[in-house]
Write a new protein. Structure first.
Length: 198
């Protein structure tokens, strides 16, 4: 498994307003019961070829895997330090099923209808990861098994657990928490917590 060069750098300082705390399995609703026999990741919407790509679990496992060491920042001011996330770079998925030229945003959807909007720039970030492992072990169900999206530079709500689809968008659309008053972008270093800051 390849490593992120940042894995071996000095620990980063905490973003403004954050304090160190253990990783807690926070999520909306109950933990879903999923099966790898029926699970898939769908990439659709404003794609370059106008079609839809569907990746089964065996397809995900065949893609290049990396490990990224990164903090996880919750909007509730808690940060879990130096977690080892393993999985497929988000850029690899985007390259496999590229967006159309007019697509600048995406809506990432998960079990129970949860969804989060992220810009394509965020999805293409070199440290954005479709994570399947945490600290060397498969993700526990309460942390998003079989796959969750990880953005080290954004608040945790931007990275859905139990990911099932990515929809490319030509115009922006708010996700689940953004519709309920959270910031559209959610940059942790700029403390973009709530919509009134936009």
């Amino acid at each position: 498994m390849n490593h992120d060069p940042a894995d071996f750098a000095e620990p980063t300082p905490l973003p403004p307003g954050q304090r160190s705390a253990p990783l807690r399995p926070l999520h909306y609703g109950r933990v879903p019961r999923l099966s790898l026999d029926t699970w898939s990741l769908t990439i659709e919407g404003a794609t370059a070829d106008g079609g839809m790509t569907c990746l089964r679990w065996e397809d995900i496992c065949a893609l290049p895997q990396i490990e990224v060491v990164a903090d996880h920042h919750c909007v509730s001011h808690r940060s879990a330090r130096a977690l080892r996330w393993g999985g497929v770079p988000a850029r690899t998925i985007v390259d496999l099923a590229p967006p159309a030229d007019e697509a600048q945003w995406s809506l990432v959807s998960a079990a129970y209808g949860y969804h989060s909007n992220v810009t394509l720039n965020d999805l293409l970030s070199p440290r954005a990861l479709f994570a399947t492992h945490l600290n060397g072990e498969p993700l526990p169900p309460e942390h998003g098994w079989p796959m969750r999206l990880v953005f080290p530079h954004l608040y945790g709500w931007k990275g859905p657990k139990w990911v099932m689809s990515v929809e490319y968008l030509a115009s922006p659309r708010r996700g689940f928490w953004e519709e309920r008053g959270y910031h559209f972008t959610g940059d942790v270093w700029r403390e973009e917590r709530y919509a009134h800051q936009e």
